[in-house]
Design a protein around this ligand. Structure first.
Ligand code: PTJ
Length: 247
């Protein structure tokens, strides 16, 4: 089965249908877990309520995230089965634009899926992919869920974790890492514990973080301003208001 399925561009919910097909294709290719289908459905519901757009506070979060990545000693972008299926090329571009590392890191870890995702990222231009080693651990978590690459997330001061499980997000925060979380649900624990919760669809969020990073790249003062202008609690409240009142 090919990755791209025919979806009529005239359909009013074209982007949403295309996203759904990418996740389906990801499952067929052995990249995305079947649980990933459920996660996608949950995400779609929130995206529908948010108006399937990047709200203003999410754009500020994406700018702050770009600034944190640029200012990091070692930034790592964590890639799971959903992220890989939806935005493989965009993740590679973000890594290239910022110097961040890419690490395949899975909630439902299997060696087959780790290798399939690493290969898929390489097909999309990634030169180095971490996570195949998984010789480090996140303290406080049990077995497979705790595994990280000691040279990747284990060593990072800033991690971008899209669609992360709440337990793992909390444990990474307790390790003292600056966490940038992409999650459409402002009430999720991952979003609540993040330094920067990005309440937006990953398909819009990642290219926008890259665009901000390109703009901020040579301007440390603008990077500091982007970080200072961002307030996590305010961003979570703004997303809740957008869902409730359509603001
Ligand atoms: O590939 P693996 O094994 O690492 O597993 C990945 C999933 C996503 C299946 C795993 O991390 C998981 O079960 O996640 P949860 O606990 O279902 O949380 C996923 C969160 O991501 C939910 O809060 C969804 O609302 C949100 N979400 C789903 N799709 C998107 C999204 N957020 C942004 N963009 C999306 N496209």
């Amino acid at each position: 089965m090919s990755d791209e399925v025919e979806v009529p561009e005239s359909h009013p919910r074209y982007e949403s249908l295309l996203t759904r097909h990418r996740i389906e294709a990801g499952v067929d290719r052995g990249i995305t877990s079947r649980q990933g289908l459920i996660a996608q459905g949950r995400g779609e519901a929130y995206d529908y309520l948010l108006g399937e757009r990047t709200i203003e506070s999410a754009d500020r979060a994406e700018r702050a995230a770009a600034a944190y990545i640029l200012q990091a000693d070692h930034a790592v972008v964590s890639v799971n089965g959903n992220a890989a299926a939806l935005v493989p090329g965009e993740l590679v571009e973000l890594a290239e634009a910022t110097g961040a590392d890419l690490e395949v890191n899975l909630f439902n870890r299997t060696e087959e899926r780790i290798h399939a995702i690493a290969e898929y990222l390489r097909e999309h231009g990634a030169e180095a992919v971490l996570g195949l080693e998984a010789d480090g651990r996140i303290p406080g978590l049990d077995h497979e869920r705790a595994k990280v690459d000691a040279d990747g997330i284990g060593d990072a001061d800033v991690v971008l974790v899209p669609l992360e499980d709440g337990d793992r997000a909390e444990a990474l925060g307790e390790m003292g890492k600056t966490e940038l979380v992409v999650d459409l649900n402002p009430l999720s624990r991952s979003a609540q514990v993040a330094t920067v919760p990005i309440i937006d669809n990953i398909v819009r969020a990642i290219p926008n973080v890259t665009a901000h990073a390109r703009e901020l790249a040579d301007d440390p003062e603008a990077q500091r301003d982007a970080i200072e202008a961002f307030d996590a609690d305010e961003a979570l409240s703004a997303a809740e208001r957008a869902i409730r009142d359509g603001e």
